[in-house]
Design a protein around this ligand. Sequence first.
Ligand code: PEP
Length: 248
Amino acid sequence: MRKLVAGNWKMNGLKADGLALARALVLRAAAGDPPECELAVCPPATLVGAVGETLRGSGIALGGQDCHAESSGAHTGDIAAVMLRDLGCTYVIVGHSERRANHGESDAQVRAKAKAARGAGLIPILCIGETLAERDAGEALDVVERQLAGSLPDGLKDEQIVIAYEPVWAIGTGRTPTTDDVAAVHARIRKILKDRVKNGAGARVLYGGSVKPANALELLGVANVDGALVGGASLNAADFWAIAQHCP
Ligand code: PEP
């Protein structure tokens, strides 16, 4: 299985910033010594097309940050999975905790989005993760299991889905779980994937939450961690590249 390091740019960057960042990654890819892992970037919707043009031929994949469950219609402001596919996307993030919290997205809605992504030929990067209160209450494994059970579509094969475990309290905070805690959650996710996904042992499970060059080696070395979803550090080409270079 080839690991995946995906950058979630979130709502950051005007055209000049996004294109400069994409160009910096393309230059690194062309300079030789590419990372062993697959790389992907998920720019804001306004930049997906232009960044996709810049990345063309670089081997760096493109992704969206969200999609609607329908393929077209009266959904002002939303983006269909097929539209992302049309711009050259391979991936789309669904169920990010910021969307679950800020837009009230339920597991059922996330599941519908993941199904729509598959219908459009995209690979969903399906995010799950517990809040700090849930972790402190000793509920992290149960929460993750419930979210995954509720938001994972049926009938998928290993290469058709990526799961991202992102503890809400670790996103953008500089805090990370212990490697033992990451290992425990990823082992539970793997067990569910083996039950629910064809060849679930081969499906990639990313860790996300304050991944930086300084902690990437340790986090990416944990059992059943098949890459990283990187927020803040993906806005800096050198940091994003350094994280990918740490992918064993
Ligand atoms: C994210 O939001 O997906 C994320 C992992 O953010 P950060 O790396 O900034 O914690």
